[in-house]
Design a protein around this ligand. Structure first.
Ligand SMILES: C[S@@+](CC[C@H](N)C(=O)[O-])C[C@H]1O[C@@H](n2cnc3c(N)ncnc32)[C@H](O)[C@@H]1O
Length: 340
């Protein structure tokens, strides 16, 4: 927390500029202009001082393996979690867009999309996806930004859907980020979050692994990756053999959620630092008194992410202050609106 605040203070003092980030696509190197000088130097300082994983670098590799099947899976996962057929007529904020795949999926489902990320290479990846699939599309904007910057979030206006999948626990200040992410959400809009599940003992161990990975020199990083993946592959193999399942099935693309890839997810998991966690009830207890109704929940029982879709109450609803009450009480003078 102290580190994150110190870094953030530093961000505020830097001036904005332009950066060109190289993205390699099927052996071809292209350049994406990322207007992200403000973040670039602090981001690279954090990486150099072993405080941050290079998420964007991993996404850059992931884009090489992007297929129409993965894009369709990303669209399906949005449809399923949000319970919609499409997003026509809605606005979608992708906070911490990473590869940009969810932004692309939302745009293809018909939403107007704004994507931002703190990592300049993630910004460049998203720009590269736009260049490939939606060049000159005025309804998809991309820039560098941070969920820890309330001023930036206020400047974006309001969105019907705020999507921040697997991001807030990587900011270094998860609870302030959970507060900030509400800022650009319109009343009655939906917040789609994924947050790493807290485990009583394992969370400590995973934090140690990730901390070691980001602070290790590159050869040692590969050693950590080798040891961890060997352990995971062996564990998976034993489990599948005992349960009489096909041991290869877990690596097949059809079984990967959200169009992700096993290898890039594994790297992201090993290195993904800063790292914080929360139980599903902690997340619920955080948003419920702030006027949010939980519409959909997919709880992880292991170390993965729990997914939440919350609806922000309309302004003329009032909330009881009682924990665990059903919470919504319409004001006598206001008709109770439909939440569909
Ligand atoms: C695990 S990736 C998830 C990317 C994407 N949301 C997805 O679902 O695939 C986490 C992303 O959060 C970004 N991130 C970390 N801190 C951030 C911050 N303060 N503001 C915005 N993005 C941030 C990282 O740069 C990275 O691209």
């Amino acid at each position: 927390m102290a580190t994150a605040l110190a870094v953030w203070d530093h961000v505020q003092t830097l001036s904005a500029g332009c950066a060109t980030v190289k993205v390699t696509t099927q052996g071809r190197e292209t350049s994406a202009e990322a207007d992200c000088g403000l973040f670039m130097s602090t981001h690279s300082q954090e990486v150099a001082s072993g405080e941050r994983f290079e998420f964007g670098r991993n996404w850059q590799q992931f884009l090489r393996a992007l297929t129409p099947q993965r894009i369709a899976q990303a669209e399906d996962s949005l449809r399923t979690m949000l319970g919609v057929l499409d997003l026509e007529g809605s606005s979608f904020l992708d906070a911490g867009c990473g590869s940009g795949l969810a932004s692309l999926a939302a745009r293809q489902l018909g939403a107007r999309v704004h994507s931002f990320d703190y990592d300049p290479q993630s910004v460049a990846c998203t720009q590269e996806l736009k260049r490939r699939y939606a060049p000159d599309d005025p309804l998809w904007t991309i820039e560098a930004g941070s969920v820890l910057d309330v001023g930036y979030l206020e400047s974006l206006g309001k969105f019907d859907l705020v999507y921040s999948w697997g991001v807030l626990h990587h900011t270094g200040a998860m609870w302030p980020a959970m507060e900030n992410i509400i800022v650009p959400l319109t009343a009655g809009g939906r917040l789609f979050l994924a947050i790493y599940n807290h485990q009583r003992y394992w969370t400590w161990w995973h934090t140690c692994v990730k901390r070691s990975y980001v602070s290790a020199p590159r050869p040692l990083k590969w050693l950590i990756v080798g040891a961890y993946t060997s352990f995971e592959v062996t564990k998976g193999l034993v489990k599948d053999l005992v349960l009489l399942r096909n041991p290869l099935a877990r690596y097949r693309q059809e079984t990967r959620p959200r169009g992700m890839s096993w290898w890039h997810d594994t790297l992201d998991w090993i290195g993904g630092y800063p790292f914080e966690t929360a139980t599903a009830s902690q997340v619920f207890d955080f948003y419920q008194p702030r006027g949010f109704v939980l519409e959909r929940l997919d709880v992880s029982s292991g170390h993965g992410c729990s997914q939440f879709v919350f609806r922000k109450a309309l302004e003329h609803w009032v909330w009881t202050n009682q924990p665990y009450s059903l919470a919504i009480v319409p004001q006598p003078s206001a008709p109770r609106p439909s939440i569909d």
